[in-house]
Design a protein around this ligand. Structure first.
Ligand code: 5GP
Length: 216
């Protein structure tokens, strides 16, 4: 357990649909016991391979809107005609348990988290596809969306990509293994930032005391 961190990271992955961010988020959490994947709520219908509480909490529009009114979401947005939101309680619990959280969310959600009380904890990463042809191919081979949905996602791709400059890091997902190593390096470096390690003050004071003792 990385006890030197006072507040844990909120690692945001955004990309156009099909660029691989949900796979990357899950791989990152699988390889690191200190990272949890944020499970969003959505009004979208589940795909064949999706389970309640694993990929999403699938809820009605009415329930989603009630939860907005109750302030239950850290962020929420409409994407491709459906509502998606991050439950605030989950993030608060992860902070208490000293766990980092990785998010697979769009640019609107990223912006809201960057303006939230957690803004200093944010590490934002934008994932670009190696080419538009490859992105189109990945959306088709996923086999989970209809042709018209894929067409819609490709149309909105331009809009999502236009936000790449708002992220701290931008990676190109040519090889999953390679981009995974890059994300792990970013997380390691972000955890070591002086501003996140308040316990260092005590440690350096202790070194100074030892020096004083040695020289007295
Ligand atoms: P999908 O329907 O393919 O699972 O997700 C569609 C888009 O919604 C993706 O770009 C995904 O990152 C985004 N998304 C998923 N969950 C959330 C969320 O909680 N908040 C926001 N703002 N976007 C989300």
């Amino acid at each position: 357990m990385n006890d030197t961190l006072d507040e844990r990271l909120l690692i945001i992955l955004s990309s156009p649909s099909g660029a691989g961010k949900s796979t990357l988020a899950r791989l990152l959490a699988k390889d690191d016991p200190e990272i949890q994947v944020s499970i969003s709520a959505t009004t979208r219908s589940p795909r064949d391979n999706e389970n309640e509480g694993r990929e999403y909490f699938f809820i009605t529009k009415e329930k989603f809107e009630r939860q907005i009114d109750n302030g239950d979401f850290l962020e929420h947005a409409e994407v491709f005609g459906n509502l998606y939101g991050t439950p605030l309680k989950f993030i608060e619990d992860c902070q208490k348990k000293k766990l980092d959280v990785v998010f697979d969310i769009d640019w609107q959600g990223s912006l809201q988290i960057k303006n939230s009380k957690y803004k200093n904890n944010v590490v934002s990463i934008f994932i670009l596809p190696p080419s538009i042809k490859e992105l189109n191919k990945r959306l088709h081979s996923r086999g989970s969306d209809s042709r018209s949905m894929i067409k819609d996602r490709m149309k909105k791709c331009n809009d999502e990509i236009s936000h790449w400059k708002d992220y701290q890091y931008v990676l190109i997902n040519t090889q999953v293994d390679e981009v995974m190593e890059q994300i792990k390096s970013i997380v390691s470096a972000e955890r070591l930032k002086r501003s996140r390690r308040k316990g260092l003050v005590d440690f350096v004071n202790k070194l100074n005391d030892e020096l004083k003792d040695m020289n007295s």
